[in-house]
Design a protein around this ligand. Structure first.
Ligand SMILES: Nc1ncnc2c1ncn2[C@@H]1O[C@H](COP(=O)(O)OP(=O)(O)OP(=O)(O)O)[C@@H](O)[C@H]1O
Length: 586
C-alpha cells in the first residue's frame, strides 16, 4: 500500500495512543475506547452500505451476534475472548451471507427495511431464550487471559489496534478490484452486471466482510462493558449508531466513520451521562439532530466537505475537448462493410417477449455479420430497449433463440455474456463523478484482466481508442456529454468485447460532436467489432450503419440497407414522417 494512504493512519494511531496514555480518568478512558468501537462499527457498515449504496438499517444483527457469542462462550464454556472475538468475526461473516443471500433480491428502500427486521427478530429470540442480561464472569486468577485489565488504557490500545486493522483492510478493499466492483454496483447495478461484474457474488463478499467486522467489534464491546442485554446490542440505536457516524463523517471513505465517531460519540455520551436520567434516549435525539445538520450543511458528510474545501479547485474544463482520436469530424474513417458470406456474429431467431398483455417484442429475427454496424430504429415504445435487454441477458424471452458467434446465450446472466464478449452501454450515464476517466474505465476491464496491472493496461488502451487519453486523469464531473459518452464506450471496450450493444450513444450530442463519436464507432467496426446501435438521431445513423432493423409495435417492420429503409413508405409513415421525405428529396 502506498505511503500516502498508510501514513495518515499511522499518524492518527500514534496521536490517539498518546492521548489515551495521558488520560488517567477511567470514565474518559472508556469514552476513548467507545469512540474507536463505534468507528470500527461504522467502518463495517461502510464496507457494505458506503460502497454498494445498499443501505442497511440492521447492522446490529451482526454486532449483537458477536457480543452474545463472546459472552456465551465465556459463560458456558470458559472460552477466552481472545478466542471468542475471532470466532465472533466468523459468526458475523456467516450471518452476513445467510442474511444477504435472500435479502439482496430486494433493492433500494425494500432492502433497507428488510435489514431492519433482522436485529429486531434476534432481539426477541435472545429475550425468549432467557438471555435478558448476561454478565461476563470476573476472572481474578488470570485476568489477562480473559482480556480483563484493571488498566483501562489497554482496552483503548486494543480497540485502536482493531480500528487500524479495519482501516487498512477498508483502504485495501477500496483500491482493489473488490472496491471497484462495489462502486460499480452503487453507481448502476445493471450496468455493472453488463460490464461483467457478478454483482450477487461481490455483494455477498461485501456483507460477509462487513458482518465479520461487526461481529468482531460486538465481541470486543461485550468484553469492555462486561454486560450484554438484547437492547444494548440488537437495539435500533445500535444500528442507527453505525449509520449516523458514517453519514455524519462521510459515506464511502475510510476516514468518514472515524471522524463521525470522534465528533458524535463523546457528545452523545456526555449528554447521556448528564441528562440521561431526565431525558432517557437523549443519544437518539443527538444522532437525529446530527443527521439533519449534516443533510443541510454537508450532504455527503464532513470528510468530503472538508476535502473539497481544501483541495485545489480543479481547472475549468478546456473549451475544446480532446479530439476523438485523430480523425477530424468531417472525414469519417473509410471502412469496408462485411461482404456476403462473412461469419455471423449475432443471430436472432423468433424472439418474443410480453409484459402482461403487452407484446413488447414480437417474433423478431435477424442476423448480423462480424464487423457490421446494425442500427435499430423505431418510434418510442417500439421495443428497442427490450430487444437489447433480451440480447444481453437482462430479460429472458418467452420464446426464441439468440446466438453470439454460434453460441446460444438465452438464460445466461449479463456478466456471463460480458465474459463471452458482449459489451453494452446505457442510455442513462451514471459515472463516478469524483473518479477520473481512467478509474471509471478500469471497472470494465476486470472481466478480462487477471491482475490490476493488466486491467490498467486494458483501460488505457480503451481510452486511447476512443481518443480520451489527453484527459484520462480528469474527474468525470468535469466532462462534457460527448466525453462522457466516449468514456462509457471506453468502459465497454475495456472488457475486450467482440460485439457492442450501444443504447442511444449519440443522444444529447450536437451535430459535430455526434460525427466525432460516429467516427470512433466506425473505427471500432473496422477492428472487426460488431456494433448494434439503438439511435433516434437519424441523420447520423444513415452515415453510420450498414443495415437497419426498423421495429414497430415490437415487430420488424423493415430490414435493409439505409438507402432502402429511409425511402420505404412504411418506415416514413410509422417513424420518419413525411417531413423526412421532403428533406431527403430536397
Ligand atoms: N419491464 C416492463 N414492464 C412492463 N412493460 C414494459 C417493461 N419494459 C418495457 N415495457 C413496455 O414495452 C414497450 C416497449 O418498450 P421499450 O422500452 O423496449 O421501447 P423503446 O423502443 O426502447 O422505446 P424508447 O425509444 O422510448 O426508449 C413499451 O410499451 C414499454 O412501456
Amino acid at each position: 500500500m502506498r505511503a500516502r494512504y498508510f501514513l495518515p493512519i499511522l499518524a492518527f494511531a500514534l496521536a490517539y495512543a498518546g492521548l489515551s496514555l495521558a488520560v488517567t480518568n477511567s470514565y474518559y478512558q472508556l469514552m476513548l475506547t467507545l469512540v474507536l468501537v463505534w468507528a470500527c462499527f461504522g467502518l463495517s457498515w461502510n464496507v457494505l452500505s458506503g460502497y454498494t449504496g445498499l443501505v442497511s438499517f440492521g447492522h446490529a444483527a451482526f454486532f449483537g451476534l458477536g457480543a452474545y457469542a463472546t459472552a456465551l462462550g465465556q459463560i458456558y464454556f470458559d472460552f477466552s475472548p481472545w478466542l471468542m472475538i475471532p470466532v465472533s468475526a466468523v459468526i458475523g461473516g456467516l450471518a452476513g451471507v445467510v442474511i444477504g443471500f435472500p435479502t439482496f433480491r430486494l433493492r433500494g428502500h425494500y432492502f433497507a427495511l428488510a435489514m431492519l427486521a433482522y436485529p429486531l427478530a434476534l432481539l426477541y429470540v435472545f429475550e425468549w431464550l432467557g438471555y435478558q442480561e448476561l454478565t461476563l464472569p470476573i476472572k481474578r486468577e488470570n485476568p489477562a487471559a480473559y482480556m480483563q485489565f484493571s488498566d483501562h488504557r489497554i482496552y483503548t490500545l486494543l480497540a485502536l489496534a482493531l480500528l487500524i486493522a479495519v482501516m487498512v483492510l477498508t483502504q485495501a478493499i477500496e483500491r482493489s478490484r473488490f472496491g471497484r466492483a462495489l462502486l460499480a454496483i452503487k453507481q448502476n447495478e445493471a450496468a455493472a452486471e453488463a460490464a461483467g461484474i457478478d454483482t450477487l457474488a461481490w455483494k455477498l463478499r461485501s456483507i460477509a466482510v462487513s458482518g465479520a467486522i461487526a461481529g468482531m467489534v460486538g465481541g470486543f464491546y461485550a468484553v469492555v462493558l462486561l454486560v450484554v442485554t438484547p437492547p444494548s446490542v440488537f437495539g435500533m440505536l445500535v444500528s442507527a449508531q453505525a449509520l449516523t457516524v458514517s453519514m455524519f463523517g462521510g459515506i464511502g471513505s475510510v476516514w468518514g466513520p472515524v471522524i463521525g465517531s470522534i465528533i458524535l460519540i463523546p457528545v452523545a455520551e456526555v449528554l447521556h451521562a448528564e441528562l440521561g436520567a431526565r431525558f432517557p434516549g437523549i443519544q437518539g435525539v443527538i444522532f437525529g439532530l446530527a443527521i439533519i445538520g449534516v443533510i443541510l450543511v454537508a450532504p455527503e458528510g464532513v470528510y468530503w466537505k472538508v476535502r473539497d474545501r481544501f483541495r485545489r479547485r480543479p481547472a475549468a474544463p478546456a473549451a475544446t475537448a480532446a479530439p476523438a482520436a485523430d480523425t477530424p469530424a468531417a472525414t469519417l474513417p473509410a471502412r469496408v462493410p462485411p461482404v456476403a458470406g462473412a461469419p455471423i456474429a449475432l443471430s436472432v431467431r423468433n424472439l418474443s417477449k410480453s409484459f402482461g398483455g403487452l407484446r413488447a417484442v414480437r417474433d423478431v429475427s435477424f442476423d448480423v455479420p462480424q464487423g457490421a454496424i446494425l442500427g435499430i430504429i423505431g418510434p418510442n415504445g417500439a421495443g428497442k430497449t427490450t430487444l437489447f435487454n433480451l440480447l444481453n441477458g437482462f430479460l429472458v424471452p418467452d420464446q426464441g433463440e439468440v446466438a453470439f458467434h454460434g453460441q446460444a446465450t438465452i438464460g445466461l446472466k449479463p456478466h456471463r455474456l460480458c465474459r463471452l464478449g458482449v459489451g453494452r452501454t446505457f442510455q442513462v450515464m451514471r459515472p463516478f463523478q469524483r473518479m477520473s476517466v481512467a478509474e471509471n474505465v478500469i471497472v470494465g476491464a476486470y472481466v478480462r484482466a487477471a491482475t490490476d496491472e493488466e486491467a490498467r493496461r486494458f483501460a488505457a488502451d480503451a481510452i486511447a481508442r476512443v481518443g480520451l487519453s489527453a484527459i484520462a486523469d480528469r474527474p468525470a464531473s468535469q466532462l462534457t456529454t460527448k466525453e462522457l459518452r466516449l468514456m462509457e464506450l471506453a468502459r465497454a471496450l475495456a472488457g475486450q468485447p467482440r460485439t457492442l450493444l450501444l443504447d442511444e450513444t449519440l443522444a444529447g450530442l450536437g451535430h459535430g460532436e455526434a460525427d466525432e463519436v460516429v467516427a470512433v464507432i466506425r473505427r471500432l467496426a473496422g477492428e472487426a467489432i460488431t456494433i448494434i446501435i439503438i439511435e433516434h438521431t437519424m441523420q447520423a445513423m444513415v452515415r453510420l450503419v450498414d443495415h437497419f432493423v426498423v421495429l414497430d409495435h415490437g415487430a420488424v417492420l423493415v430490414d435493409g440497407p439505409p438507402d432502402q429503409v429511409t425511402r420505404d413508405p412504411r418506415v416514413i409513415e410509422a417513424y420518419l414522417g413525411r417531413k423526412w421525405m421532403a428533406n431527403a428529396d430536397a
